[in-house]
Design a protein around this ligand. Structure first.
Ligand code: MN
Length: 258
């Protein structure tokens, strides 16, 4: 079994190291990760400049082959799958900080798994809720192992990934969840530079109701959250409804073509 591990925190992150060592017992592990942190880049792909793919012995992976790329998390999966052979499993993380709810739309960690799913490989994104002083990557990686083993043995439906978030303390168990829709509030912080001109931080804390059954709810209550996520962005309910509506219905709809 060939396992490709990527992340968005960069090849020197302790999270990817813990994950790579923990998953070694499942098969041949290759690490392909960005050379610098790429958190928040989402699913962007680099195609206007060339990329480097460099074997990196100094990142502390021991016998595990590790490569760094001067690109995005999705670039790492594209290059890793092409240059090292199609993997049986793509995993991403373990990210420093949770990736839940609407975070998925910006997350580089999740994007690496989305890229894996989009090239037809069962994929998992792992993130650790970074609350607290000491980050418990070793424990999270140990708990990632049975999840990765299950996916290797059973596969996943096409264009689907698992999004996994660990609490930063001994978990009470696993909860299967749906994505929450909590929003960030006070998301702009304004400061002043030395010349008195304003600059801005995009920051903020999640707010809103903690709905039972969601990823936020599970992690807040001490559980590991596992959410199946689909690459099918189509809203099938609305699609059906629009089929009966002007200007969408009929052979040409309401659109004039002459
Ligand atoms: Mn990150």
């Amino acid at each position: 079994m060939r396992i490709l591990i990527a992340n968005d925190d960069g090849i020197f992150s302790p999270g990817i190291k813990a994950l790579a060592f923990a998953l070694r017992e499942l098969g041949e592990v290759n690490v392909v990760a960005p050379d610098v942190e790429q958190s928040g880049v989402g699913h962007s792909i680099t195609f206007r400049r060339p990329l480097r793919f460099k074997h990196t012995a100094s990142a502390g992976f021991g016998e595990i082959p590790a490569y760094r790329v001067d690109g995005t998390p999705a670039d790492c999966v594209v290059l890793g799958a092409q240059l090292l052979g199609q993997p049986d499993l793509v995993v991403s993380g373990i990210n420093i900080g949770s990736n839940m709810g609407l975070d998925l739309t910006h997350s580089g960690t999740v994007a690496a798994a989305l890229e894996g799913a989009s090239i037809g490989v069962p994929s998992i994104a792992f993130s650790l809720d970074a609350a607290g002083e000491e980050l418990r990557f070793e424990e999270a990686a140990r708990n990632a192992l049975p999840i990765a083993r299950w996916v290797l043995e059973h596969g996943l439906p096409s264009k689907t990934l698992l999004n996994v978030n660990f609490p930063n303390h001994p978990p009470l168990g696993i909860q299967l969840t749906r994505l929450s829709t909590r929003r960030y509030e006070d998301s702009i912080v304004e400061r002043e530079d030395p010349d008195g001109r304003p600059y801005y931080w995009v920051a903020g804390k999640p707010s809103g109701e903690l709905e039972e059954g969601t990823d936020f709810w599970a992690v807040s209550n001490g559980f590991i959250s596992v959410t199946p996520v689909s690459l099918d962005y189509t809203n099938h309910t609305l699609l059906k409804k629009l089929e009966a509506e002007e200007p969408f219905s009929g052979e040409k709809g309401g659109i004039k073509t002459d």
